[in-house]
Design a protein around this ligand. Sequence first.
Ligand code: ADP
Ligand code: MG
Length: 697
Amino acid sequence: MTQISEIFGSMVFGDAAMREKLPKDIYKALKKTIRNGKTLDPEIAGAVANAMKSWAIEKGATHFTHWFQPMTGITAEKHDSFISPTSDGGIILEFSGKELIKGEPDASSFPNGGLRATFEARGYTAWDPTSYAFIKDGVLCIPTAFCSYNGQALDKKTPLLRSMEAINKQALRILRLFGNREATNVISNVGPEQEYFLIDTELFNQRKDLFFTGRTLFGAKPPKGQELSDHYFGSIKTRVAEFMEDLDIELWKIGILAKTEHNEVAPSQHELAPIYTTTNIATDHNQLTMEIMKKVAKRHGLTCLLHEKPFAGLNGSGKHNNWSLSTDKGENLLEPGSSPEENAQFLLFLCAVIKAVDEHQDLLRISVASAGNDHRLGGHEAPPAIMSMFLGDELTAILDSIMQGVPYDKNDAGEIEVGVHVLPKFPRDNTDRNRTSPFAFTGNKFEFRMLGSSDSIACANYIINTIVSDVLMEFADQLESAQDFNKELQKLIKNTLNAHKRIIFNGNGYTEEWAQEAERRGLLNLKTTVDALPYYIKSENIALFERHGIFTEPEMHSRYEILMENYCKVLNIEGLTMLDMVRKDIFPAVSAYCGDLSSNALAKKELCESISCESEIALLEKLSKLSACLMKSADELENALMGVAECDDIKARAEYYRDQVLPKMQELRAVGDQIEVNLGQDYLPYPTYGQLLFSVC
Ligand code: ADP
Ligand code: MG
């Protein structure tokens, strides 16, 4: 369709716009900067800025912004208009090279985890030329990294860019060992599949819990949930289809490769998958996708919920992070090849990922840790909090035969010798059947399935990139100094597999038996964010990130503080919202209903002494007990929330929220939900699960 090809990228200052707007030599210099991932030469920045400005103005833009990704988890922008006064009292439209390369937002209110004192609150944003500028809502957005004045990372993009450099460096060393001289870059790619819920905005606005926290804190189970599986891949309802159509167009305009859309398991749950691209751009695009989903939903009278667990008892939303490595020549390094050398190289990269995942289970768990995702991981619909890898029966059997030095197939001549034999072909289809695995090999990529739907994918990807870089570095060190490369390679692969085979698990990850088996294997089971985060600042982990130039020690401490703090804040807001709902909505509702029931019973008795008021009295007794219980439970939650003041450090506080506040919230919810079930329709204080989940048509 010509229309789509016209729309696609029309709001991006990408290659076509650059070629058209920039003088040839400037274009070439800019492309070189992009290719090498370096910062832009100030000499050419002026010309680039000027071209960008005139392109943006032609497209209707009036403002520009440095668009960045602070530790809040969402994106930030501060708009400046292009106008500049002239001496004769008029204006001209200006955008300088300096303004393009560097911005200086006052950053005092962004989370920094103790990295900056307020008196030196300035941060700066620096253009990342590897991610194209684009226009959103009439504003030219320049993707930037955000740092403190002395260069410490305050955002999610900086470590991601650093990790891409690290993996490029180490993976190239491996490629050279296999005689590859052509590749000049190794790139990490990702295709994130995004799950979300759509609900009617009018109903959303009546729920304080959804409004303040993104998830329901009360809500009885509806008569029908997802048990019939009649929503998964079902035909898409008209309003949702219109939303998806609109969303695709908005995403295509800014160059996002939105590809697949379908209904998910829970009612009102959907998924969008883009075509994969480099981790940096995919991260920018996923942030934009989440933002635009919310905006487009509004136009359709819908609200997009990105929380990991908006509804208890129904599937939560995740984000599958499909990750691979490829060269600038287009070779996928996780694709099994057809020659012995290609296969040996594939096996080495595979082993590197296996070792990395096994050795750094803690970091992978941390990369997806949030208060919201705690409700999902380990539930029966999402991967457990235990890390393991699925490789499929076929590939596992091949690896087994390598480990044991026995033939893979009885009909085969002899054992598989890495670097000498061609691997037996394994059918791609067999690799993707297990949906319960947190880290599954799916034929030519790994699918990391633990991410929460609202997470930025930056953290998962800089952690995967870093841990794999570290193993590749170790492998390269060992192989570069080997006398006999093939022999050393054979030994390395065999030893690595033997040392890390415990992480491979092809069975059902949702069962209790697996949790027990994983414990026997010595795998970590970090059930909550608060269990996981302290591993961030373990000395081995600090050393790892320092070794590859991803983080300094203060940067890691700051991230630990920010994540812990965020956990506490989320729980505090949830607790306070519950108290508000109980006192302002639920208690008044139950009280009104009880009042009416008593008046009706009294009126009946007045009319006729012998009439039965049994049902009114029974219900009144039940509701009166429940409402007393409700208020008592609310007081207990309030006391628990106040008790946090006693904790003196961030770890103690987070543990307190998990162990003292969360259970009180659960108790309160149970009572609130019992009341809901017993209230008459007209007395319900907020829309029910049934209304929220089934009203969009
Ligand atoms: P599904 O998981 O639903 O079967 P696919 O496996 O085809 O679907 O793709 C899911 C996501 O994986 C898409 O975003 C797709 O672009 C991405 N993907 C496909 N190949 C790769 C690859 N080599 N590297 C990274 N992501 C990939
Ligand atoms: Mg998938």
